[in-house]
Write a protein that binds this ligand. Sequence first.
Ligand SMILES: Cc1ncc(COP(=O)(O)O)c(C=O)c1O
Length: 408
Amino acid sequence: MHIAARIARMAESSTIAATARGKALAAKGLPVLSLSAGEPDFDTPENVVAAAIDALRRGETHYAPTAGTSEARQAVARKLRDENGLGCTAAEVTITVGAKHAIYLALQTLIDPGDEVLLPTPAWVSYAPMIELAGGVVVEVPGDPARGYLVSAEEIERAITPRTRALVFNNPINPTGTVHSADSVRAIAAMLAGHPRITVIADEIYEKLIYPELDPQANTCSIGSCSEVAERTITVNGMSKAYAMTGWRIGYAAAAGAGAAAIREMIKLQGQMTNGIASFCMPAVVEALTNSSASVESMRTAFAARARLVSEAIATMPMLSAPTSTAAFYSFIQLGTALGRVSPAGRRLDSPSRFCEALLDEALVATVPGEDFGGAGRTAFRISFACSEADLREALGRLRGFLEQLTD
Ligand SMILES: Cc1ncc(COP(=O)(O)O)c(C=O)c1O
C-alpha cells in the first residue's frame, strides 16, 4: 500500500518508543524499571472520576459541542483569567483531545509551507514532527546546559528572520525540568513587541509542577499575560500532568482578543477532524479545574521530593551532570565522558541512543535518549521521576552501578 511521503518521513515519538521497549522486556518477565514515560504514577483524584461517572449515569453520552460545553469552556476561561492573568472568555477557548491535539491544531492553523518556527531546544520530541507536518521549517534555538538549557530573549531574537511565523514556547520545559523565571518570560515578550508577525504557542502543561523547595527563585508567569503578545499568544494546557489524567486525553487552547480568530479556525479544523472530547468528560474538566487544588498540591509535593532525590544522586554520579530539576518531572542529563566508553556487555556507547539501549538491556532501566529533543540533547538522556520513590531509588542505584562498570 502507498504511504504518503509526509507521513513516511515522520519519525516515531522516541519517548513512546523507549517506553514500549521497556514494556516489551518487562512482558518477558524481566524486572525492568521505567524512567521513560512522562506520566504521573498517581491516580486521577476521586472527585474528578466521580464527576465523569455521574455524567455517564445521567446519560451524557451523545456528541458534545466541538469546542466543549459552555460550562467546561467557562471553567477554562475562569482558570486562565484568575490563575494566569489571561484576558480570554469562554468563546475564546477550545477543549481538545490532549494538549498534543491543541498544539497540532495551532500549528496546522498558523503555518504555511516554508514558514519558520522557532523552537528552543532541547524540546519535547513531538514539536518538530508536528511543525514539519504543517509544512513549517524548524529553527532550533539551542539552550546551554550550564544555564539550565534556558534560552534568552537575545538568543531567540538572533534566530528571527523575515520568514519567522511562530515561537513554540514550552514553559516549564520537558525534557529539561527547568523553568523560565517571570523576568525572563517578560523579557521575551518585550523582545517580541518588535516582531509583530510572530505568534507564540505557549505550552504550559507543566505549570502546576514547579518546586521552590529546590530553588526559591523557581517561579514563572504566563507569556499570554504580557501585554506585548497577549493577543498573539495561543496558550495551551491540559489535564494530563497536573491532575494525573494522561489517559483521559483532555487539553485546551485559548487566545484573547484578536488572537481568538485563530481559535475559531482551530475549532473549524477540529470539527472536521475529531469533534469534541468525550461528552461525559466535560464535567470532569470543570471538577478538576475548580475543586482539585489539594490533590494537585499533594502530587506536586511528592514530585518535589523526587526532584531532590534525583538531583542529589546525579550530582554524585561519575561522568554525568544535570541542572537541578525545579519543575515538571524530568532530569535531562549530560553524558559527558560516559560517551564513547564501553558497556559491561561490550557495546561502544557512542551516542545517547546506544547508552540508553545498553542501560536497558544490561541494567534493566528504561530511559529516553536525548537526540530527538534536539540541541544539547545530542549528548544527553532524559529520566522521568514520575514513578514511585522506591523504584526511583532502585533505578538510580542501577544507573550508578552501570556507570561504574564502564571501561575505556
Ligand atoms: C511539553 C508537553 N506538551 C504536551 C504534552 C502532551 O500532553 P497531553 O497528554 O495533554 O496530550 C506533553 C506530554 O508529554 C508534553 O511533555
